[in-house]
Design a protein around this ligand. Structure first.
Ligand code: CP3
Length: 352
C-alpha cells in the first residue's frame, strides 16, 4: 500500500489551508481580541501587573494570555497578545493606558512633535514581543498557527495625533487636511516601522499576519487611498519582499465596498469583514479572495436566536468559498463564556 503522505505527518492546519485559497468545511474559527477581559483567568492575571504596557512587555504574561483562549475553546489560530500602540511607544512617543478609559499618548500637534520621534523603531525595546513569539512556537499545540499583527498606519497615526481614541478620530483627519506634508511624514515613518516590526515577528516565527485598520471607515473618498490603501499595500509588499509566502489578512473596519480597492491594491490573501458588511454581498467578491468575519460581537453577547441566526447566515453565505469564521470586530468584555462555547459548537456543527 502506498501512502500519499509519510505516516504521522501533521496535517496542514485548516486556518493556513484556507489562507492559501482552499475552501474548508466547517471553516476555521478564531475571534478578534480572543484574549482579554471577558476571560476570568485573564482578569486575575492582569490584576497583578502594574500597567497594561508592563503586561505587554512581560513574555510570561503575554504567552499565558495568548494560550488562555486556545486552552478554553480550541480556536483554530492564536493571536499574539500585545497591542498596536507598542509601535508609537517604540518610536519614543509617551504611551499609557488609563484603566477603564483606554490609551493616552502625548499628542502630536506639529513638526516639533514629529521630530521628537525616533528616526526608526527601537526593536530592542520590542524584544519581549519577539521572545513571546518564540516561546509560543514551543508552547502552542502544533496544529495551532500563530497570528502576528500591527495596526495600520492610519489607525496608529490617529491615536498618535489625538493622543487618545475619539468617536471619529477628527483630530487626525483635521491634521491631515491642514498639514498633509507633515501627516505624510508620520505615515511614512509608520510604514517603515511596521515593516521592521513585522519582519522581526516573522523571523521569530509567526505563521500569518493581520493588519488592523480599525478607523479606516472615517476616511472620505479622496483620503482613503492615500492614508489607508497605499500604506497597507507598502507594508504587505515590504514584508513579502523578504517572506514571500507570509499570508496577510487586512481588517479595515468601515471600508464597506472600498474593500474591493484594498483587495486590488494589496498583495494580502484575505480581507476581514466588519459587522456592517452584508455576507451575501461579500460572497459575490471573486472566489480568489479569502474572506474573514463577521458576526456582530453584540449578537455574541445576546446569545439565543440572535447568535444562531447570525452564525447560520454567515455559514450559508460563505459555504462554498474560502472563509475564516470571526467576529466583525473585537469580542467585548461583557461576553458570556457560555455564548462563546455555543458559537464554537455552532460553527463546528457539533451540537446542532
Ligand atoms: O486577543 C487579541 O486579539 C490580541 C490582543 C490585542 C489587544 N489589542 C489587547 C488589548 C489586539 C490585537 C489589540 C489591537 C488593538 N489595540 C486595536 C485594533 C483592533 C481593534 O479592536 O479595533 C486597537 C484600536 C487598539 C488600541 C487599544 N488598546 C484600545 C483602544 C484599548 C482600550 C479599549 C479596551 O478594549 O480596553 C486598548 C487596550 C487593550 N488592548 C486591552 C487588551 C486586552 C485592554 C487592556 C486591559 O486589559 O486592561
Amino acid at each position: 500500500m502506498t501512502l500519499d503522505k509519510p505516516r504521522n505527518a501533521p496535517a496542514r492546519p485548516k486556518f493556513l489551508r484556507v489562507l492559501s485559497g482552499e475552501p474548508v468545511w466547517p471553516p476555521p474559527l478564531w475571534l478578534m481580541r480572543q484574549a482579554g477581559r471577558y476571560l476570568p483567568e485573564y482578569r486575575e492575571m492582569r490584576a497583578k501587573s502594574a500597567s497594561f504596557l508592563d503586561f505587554c512587555y512581560d513574555p510570561k504574561s503575554t504567552v499565558e494570555a495568548t494560550l488562555q483562549p486556545i486552552r478554553r475553546f480550541g480556536f483554530d489560530a492564536a493571536i499574539l497578545f500585545s497591542d498596536i500602540l507598542v509601535v508609537p511607544d517604540a518610536l519614543g512617543q509617551k504611551v499609557g493606558f488609563e484603566s477603564g478609559e483606554g490609551p493616552r499618548l502625548d499628542p502630536i500637534h506639529d513638526e516639533a512633535g514629529i521630530s521628537r520621534l525616533r528616526e526608526s523603531i527601537d526593536l530592542n525595546h520590542l524584544a519581549p514581543v519577539f521572545e513571546t513569539v518564540s516561546r509560543l512556537k514551543q508552547d502552542l499545540p502544533r496544529d495551532t498557527p500563530l497570528i502576528g499583527f500591527c495596526g495600520a498606519p492610519w489607525t496608529v497615526a490617529s491615536y498618535m495625533v489625538a493622543g487618545r481614541g475619539t468617536p471619529d478620530q477628527a483630530p487626525a483627519r483635521l491634521f491631515a487636511y491642514r498639514h498633509p506634508i507633515l501627516f505624510r511624514k508620520i505615515i511614512d515613518k509608520l510604514v517603515t516601522a511596521s515593516i521592521d516590526y513585522l519582519l522581526a515577528q516573522a523571523k521569530a516565527g509567526v505563521d500569518a499576519i493581520q493588519i488592523f485598520d480599525t478607523w479606516a471607515g472615517v476616511l472620505p473618498a479622496g483620503e482613503f487611498d492615500r492614508w489607508c490603501v497605499s500604506p497597507i499595500a507598502a507594508i504587505v509588499a515590504g514584508v513579502k519582499a523578504v517572506y514571500p509566502d507570509m499570508p496577510f489578512i487586512v481588517f479595515a473596519r468601515g471600508a464597506g465596498p472600498r474593500l474591493i480597492e484594498l483587495e486590488d491594491a494589496t498583495e494580502a490573501q484575505a480581507i476581514g469583514l466588519d459587522t456592517s458588511v452584508d455576507p451575501e454581498w461579500a460572497a459575490t467578491l471573486p472566489e480568489t479572495t479569502v474572506l474573514q468575519g463577521n458576526l456582530d460581537p453584540l449578537a455574541l453577547i445576546a446569545g439565543g436566536a440572535a447568535l444562531e441566526e447570525g452564525v447560520t447566515r454567515i455559514l450559508a453565505a460563505f459555504r462554498h468559498r474560502p472563509h475564516i469564521f470571526n467576529l466583525g470586530h473585537g469580542i467585548l468584555p461583557e461576553t458570556p463564556i457560555a455564548h462563546v462555547e455555543r458559537l464554537v459548537a455552532l460553527v463546528r456543527r457539533d451540537q446542532i
